[in-house]
Design a protein around this ligand. Structure first.
Ligand code: ADP
Length: 448
């Protein structure tokens, strides 16, 4: 069975968050099950690939062309579409992001159509246009869209839609692509895909409610029959304290003694005293890191030290830097994206804070558990699906610093050695998720 996946990140080539982890791991897990998987992402600066051909596609009313590169990794074909709009320092955050990804999606659709896969699998808003392009073209091809985060949808005016793409005006109506007068790319993908998956079962339920639906809950309720939650896994080879070379000591559930070395090394590196609560996060409203900042003084008073690495909102970065200055020896903040430091924090932390306002799946709690750092997290989305309250972590309901502080107090008084053993033994490998996607693809092919 042949699958083409389209998205905007794939580890180890490009990653800004969990989507990169997923497109870096799921395809290889599927390939181990005998599937032929091609993953198409933009050719960002710094990706080293062999030139593999040219693709012609329609953009701005003319035939556009792009070269593409190829790398084979773990039995998966990765294709990188070379467009000048992607030769920049960052993956996202530019005023023309929607146009850039519309152009990428147009090229990716052309590549995918030429391969005639059994199933087309789109990820998030950056690839979402492809569903509407396929619908407009009249080509029948079973299509799955995975929503990794409903908070990002990709909106443009109808004038831009028609100027840039070949999407048929027949799709622009209330039950189609149209959304309050704009075109909404993710809405189009929900409407024109056969199946829509979310990255946890709980999130599939939540997004049908007004509180979590980001304005699309009526659409999702209407299409509830095609919604399915498949919990992400983590790359258990990359995230493995028993073999991780980035950390000061190796350890496992059966022999956790090496963790002490990692704790000491992190305390020394960040000049912290006492047991550490870790945070590895994008600094955006969704993640609730403002609640950590609100709670910091109380947590320090309770004897904890905080080790935070994160990038994003500049106001929050300033606030965390100020907290580090105000609590030397007890709050350390490293702004930026630092994969290696993340490993050291997971390994050196006793607890791990994830007070998300919403969380489609969340990978950091699974990584933290694997490294024996007990997650203290809000009971939403994938956090609630992966953490067993009181057994492998602590969950709290309310998005407030008081609720966070109370949950950390539970951690302080817990029998940690049993919890660490349990959380380190939990199975978060991709094999289970890959089996579920495999079954979904098989069903779709059978009904095509
Ligand atoms: P999201 O995709 O919403 O950012 P996830 O929990 O699904 O959140 O995935 C986050 C991934 O990105 C994890 O692998 C985490 O370790 C990594 N990560 C997030 N922020 C940073 C950072 N500042 N430095 C290093 N790694 C980070």
């Amino acid at each position: 069975m042949r699958i083409v996946m389209i998205g905007s990140e794939a580890w180890p080539f490009a990653k800004a968050g969990g989507l990169g982890d997923v497109l870096g791991s799921l395809p290889a897990a599927l390939a181990r099950n005998g599937l032929e998987v091609t993953v198409v992402i933009p050719w960002y600066t710094g990706i080293d690939a062999e030139p593999a051909g040219q693709v012609t596609f329609s953009f701005e009313g003319r035939a556009d062309t792009a070269s593409f590169g190829r790398v084979w990794l773990d039995g998966v074909e990765f294709l990188f579409v070379a467009l000048d709009d992607f030769k920049r320092d960052q993956l996202y955050g530019y005023d023309d992001d929607v146009r850039r990804f519309v152009r990428f999606a147009s090229a990716a659709w052309s590549l995918a159509a030429a391969r005639a896969p059994d199933v087309l699998h789109l990820h998030d808003w950056q690839a979402a246009l492809v569903a509407s392009l396929r619908e407009s073209s009249g080509v029948r091809m079973p299509t799955v869209t995975t929503v990794h985060n409903l908070g990002y949808q990709g909106r443009l005016t109808p004038a831009e839609l028609y100027r840039w793409t070949d999407v048929s005006p027949e799709l622009f109506h209330m039950a189609g692509l149209e959304y309050y007068g704009d075109a909404n790319l993710l809405k189009g993908a929900i409407v024109y895909s056969d199946v829509v998956t979310t990255v946890s079962p709980r999130y599939a339920e939540e997004i049908q409610t007004e509180a979590f639906g980001c304005g699309l809950d009526p659409v999702l309720r209407h299409h509830a029959g095609k919604l399915r939650g498949i919990l992400n896994g983590i790359d258990t080879r990359k995230w493995n304290p028993a073999s991780d070379r980035q950390i000061a000591g190796r350890y496992s559930a059966t022999d956790p003694s090496g963790k002490v070395l990692c704790v000491r090394a992190l305390q020394k590196e960040l000049e912290l005293d006492g047991p550490i609560l870790g945070v590895v996060s994008r600094l955006v409203d969704q993640k609730g890191i403002d609640l950590v900042a609100d709670a910091a003084a109380a947590l320090v008073k309770a004897g904890w030290a905080l080790a935070i690495v994160g990038s994003g909102d500049s106001g929050l970065e300033k606030r965390l830097s100020a907290l580090a200055q105000a609590h030397p020896g007890f709050v350390a903040f490293r702004p930026g994206y630092d994969e290696m430091l993340a490993h050291r924090i997971y390994a050196g932390a006793r607890g791990f804070l994830i007070p998300s306002r919403y969380e489609p799946c969340g990978l950091t709690q699974m990584i933290a558990m694997r490294y024996g750092a007990i997650p203290v997290a809000r009971a939403v989305g994938g956090l609630a699906d992966t953490i067993t309250d009181g057994k492998t972590g602590f969950l709290f309901e309310e998005a407030s610093s008081a609720a966070l502080i109370e949950a950390v107090a539970m951690l302080s008084s817990a029998d940690l050695s049993r919890m660490v053993r349990r959380s380190m033994s939990a199975d978060f490998s991709w094999d289970r998720a890959a089996a579920e996607y495999f079954e979904l693809y098989r069903e779709l092919r059978a009904s095509a």
